[in-house]
Design a protein around this ligand. Structure first.
Ligand code: SF4
Length: 279
């Protein structure tokens, strides 16, 4: 059994929160450059220039990429041979969020849904935990802003609606969202499982690298086709029109009940902030 001191988890999580909010992943920045080169519209090109400038300013100054520094969402893989000493893993992650958002001067966005009073420390973290074989602890953090999350949806489709129904729901959702989620967006799709599982799948799908290949060739083909169709909507960067409404589409799928077709669409804004650490 390998022992990890909870203080190491706290420090690692605090750093993840700060780094994710300051440094946009390289695959996102590279996709900005590639898409900017394909745009004809001066407005779209200018938006991409500003996005790149914003990334550089954040990285150089240590200021967050966006004023909305998000709720802290975690996908955690805890090795079965690992024991966390001092605190439970959720306690340590929440402590890390408190520390990271405080020391990084990141906006605390968590509030009581009834009174709207700010919780004050951006907790509780949203933690999705998987137990896996091995002796390591992998923590992946996503800072999820409200603008894009508000545009996300879960639906229970009739199985007979099939892929055509799924395709239409996703495209309608993006069209309806328009400029609200700060495009160009990423679209995470969760198909199957149950009501709640589809939502988790759709968000986890957004942790994949832009431009990677879906291990399921059927989904790889559908991701590409959906990306093309979404970009034909012409919403464009920041909704000002253009060829790039969406940077990438990611689909995750699991078996579902014979009577159901759960479907979730999780929209992520251009500020796709996520980072991971392995302890
Ligand atoms: S949707 Fe994203 S880019 Fe827009 S305000 Fe929210 S976090 Fe910032």
């Amino acid at each position: 059994m390998r022992h990890i001191d909870s203080r190491n988890v706290i420090d690692a999580v605090a750093k993840l929160c700060m780094d994710a909010n300051r440094y946009l992943p390289e695959d996102v920045r590279q996709r900005f450059k590639d898409c900017a080169a394909q745009e004809d519209s001066p407005a779209a090109k200018e938006i991409f220039r500003q996005l790149e400038e914003n990334c550089q300013l954040a990285a150089d100054s240590g200021l967050p990429l966006c004023q909305d520094t998000g709720l802290a969402v975690f996908f955690v893989e805890l090795g079965g041979e690992v024991s966390i000493d001092g605190m439970t893993l959720p306690q340590a992650i929440n402590e890390g969020v408190r520390k990271g958002y405080q020391e990084g001067y990141l906006r605390k966005s968590s509030c009581d849904p009834l009174t709207r009073a700010n919780v004050g420390d951006n907790t509780p973290a949203v933690i999705h935990l998987d137990i896996v074989p091995g002796e390591t602890l992998k923590i992946s953090m996503m800072a999820k802003g409200g603008g894009a999350e508000n545009m996300s949806r879960v639906t229970m489709m009739a199985p007979a609606q099939g892929w055509e129904g799924v395709r239409k729901f996703v495209i309608d959702r993006v069209a309806e969202a328009g400029p609200n989620p700060c495009p160009p967006i990423l679209v995470g799709i969760g198909m199957g499982g149950t009501f709640e599982r589809s939502a988790i799948l759709s968000k986890k799908a957004l942790m994949r690298e832009i431009g990677d290949t879906n291990p399921d060739p059927r989904l790889e083909e559908k991701e590409k086709a959906l990306l093309e169709d979404i970009n034909k909507l012409g919403i464009g960067p920041m909704g000002l029109g253009g060829k790039t409404t969406c940077l990438d589409v990611k689909i995750a799928m699991e078996p579902c009940h014979i009577a159901s077709l759960p479907l979730a669409v999780n929209i992520q804004c251009h500020s796709s902030r996520h980072k991971e650490v392995i302890l």
